[in-house]
Write a protein that binds this ligand. Sequence first.
Ligand code: FRU
Length: 313
Amino acid sequence: MRILPILALVAVSCGPSGPRGHAGTPDDPWVIGMSQCNLGEPWRVQMDADVREAAAAHENLQVLFKDAQNNALTQRAQVEEFIEQGVDLIIISPKEAAPLTAPVAEAVRRGVPVIVLDRRVQGDEYTVFIGADNVRIGREAGAWIRETLGSGGSIVELKGLMTSTPGQDRHSGFLEGIDLEGNPGLRVVFEGEMQWLEPNARREMESALATNDRIDAVYAHNDPGAHGAWLAARAADRDDQMLFVGIDALPHEGQQYVAQGILDATFLYPTGGSEAIDAALTLLGGGTVPKEIVLGTRLFTRENIDEGGEAIE
Ligand code: FRU
């Protein structure tokens, strides 16, 4: 899925001192190790599919996929295994920042370039980071809810995993966009951490509904979370009383929910899979790539869903 223009390019990363062993020919392809933090969530299945599809166009490239099953220690071990195995480059979409920082840094120190996708590690010991600007997306979501609610309303925020950078950034961006100080009629009446998972979101929303007679909008850090909230509200026969806003906008998930009238809005969170393969090829070929590659977003609402949403400039 080749979706978005690259919006911002900062600093530049040099290629490694040279590929680690493979020639990068069809007979001796470069080997990329891809560590995915889990494959239990549709967005991550899509990311691996995007990497696979982009890599399939290059005979001189082979990708080995590993699924860390949402366990940071497993993921750490996967990075170490890739280093030992002698892969030429690692792509990682880390579960959370702190535990994956050291293994990524170690790979880089040992001459293996590392492309970090979507969730960040700490510091700057990685080769390239590719992902959308989650502060920006959170801010846009907050502003959309503020403008749509008008003078006031009660809001529920269902947060992703708060030890991962998208959770932190989607929260801080949202607070900027909703601007509670400038809009005294708006209130966040409930905050829950659903850790990106629909069943958790449903449970959190049940608590929010039980303790609040009035809820006007739900902001969930991803579409599974927004859908879980909607399921809880529908079970309580209150889904018509509130807006549901999510993030990810996969065609077969969030966009579908908007088309079905379940979600009111969702913001595209591109996987970066094809961009990662482009960057990998450049690095393996000895070229340079920007250290940060920031992907754009799109807003999907009931009004624009048939036209494929609208780009956020
Ligand atoms: C999948 C996911 C997405 C979300 C992203 C944030 O694991 O939860 O829904 O946008 O991770 O890293």
